[in-house]
Design a protein around this ligand. Sequence first.
Ligand code: DAT
Ligand code: MG
Length: 151
Amino acid sequence: EEVQETYVMVKPDGVQRGLVGEIISRFENKGFLLKGLKLFKCSKELAEEHYQELKGKHFYPKLIEYITSGPVVCMAWEGIGVVSSVRKLIGATNPLQAEPGTIRGDLAIYPGRNVVHGSDSPENGHREVALWFKADELCEWVPAQLPWLRE
Ligand code: DAT
Ligand code: MG
């Protein structure tokens, strides 16, 4: 499999509820490579660009209001198969349907307050990392534990 990048974001409810460390730990513990990380208050324009595919859905206006309602934590993660693996770690969109053990399954109860975002395809991973991060905010590095994470 190919090396991919994905955009993960702790949404405003996750930040307000003090779940930032807990959520970052899920991905850190799994062993993926963190390439970018920042606390950020996003504009309406950026939120609309990010969720462009959902424009017209009944929940879209509330979604934009929610995402812009407070700071978010933006992350870029890299690894083989990282896009679908992160989606599995996050769990189903509706937290009541998300399996226990997933972030949403463990930490949320409502679709409009589902604490975290993860890109849904390698193409969107690439697009969203570039949308939320400037090039100089991303870091290329080799973790010391790399030989213990993969052959
Ligand atoms: P996901 O975040 O699991 O990729 P999505 O891309 O379909 O889900 O939708 C983006 C966000 O929009 C989702 O995290 C929460 C909100 N949302 C989706 N479907 C919804 C619904 N039926 N009612 C309320 N909010 C919804
Ligand atoms: Mg999505």
